[in-house]
Design a protein around this ligand. Structure first.
Ligand SMILES: [Zn+2]
Length: 165
């Protein structure tokens, strides 16, 4: 199982790196802070930390860049149209309407827009996220512990890339 998983992650990361210069991931705290045990277990079972490491070194070899978004960045709960942040968005809610601007969101699509915008903001501030990347490199392949990391995200001034309805 371990070998075939590793093989799969190598192929997947290779394909992604072949078609991208910059890859943005959320810095998931696999073990600790995700309150949903089942979810955190399936994420760590899937080898997320290993996958991110593969992406990182493959990108580096090609002069690309891995950007890690801080795990406290509210990627799901922020409206990618107006920046409004909802208080709660339980995992079973896959679609929602922004109470402020009334736009309708697919949960994952909205989160990925916010992550992209945050990555562009980080890149425009000098690029990359060396602190997070370094922290992770030191813990090669291990899931992140419960320690807080430098939070350079969380700015409400997201770049709005798309005009919503
Ligand atoms: Zn909105």
């Amino acid at each position: 199982v371990s070998n075939s998983r590793q093989d799969f992650l190598h192929k997947l990361s290779r394909n992604l790196v072949n078609e991208s210069q910059v890859i943005v991931v959320e810095n998931l705290n696999v073990k600790g802070l995700i309150p949903n045990r089942k979810l955190s277990k399936s994420i760590s079972d899937a080898g997320w930390g290993m996958f991110v490491n593969f992406l990182d070194y493959k990108l580096q070899r090609r002069g690309g860049k891995l950007i890690e978004i801080d795990r406290f960045f509210p990627s799901s709960k922020t409206c990618s149209c107006c920046g409004h942040i909802v208080d709660e968005l339980p995992l079973d809610i896959r679609q929602w309407d922004c109470p402020a601007c009334k736009n309708h969101h697919d949960r994952d699509e909205n989160a990925s827009k916010n992550i992209t915008a945050e990555a562009i903001r980080i890149l425009s501030m000098g690029g990359g996220n060396p602190v997070l990347a370094e922290l992770r490199r030191r813990k090669t392949n291990k899931p992140q512990g419960g320690k807080a990391v430098v939070n350079e995200t969380g700015s409400p001034h997201l770049l709005r890339q798309s005009k919503c309805g």
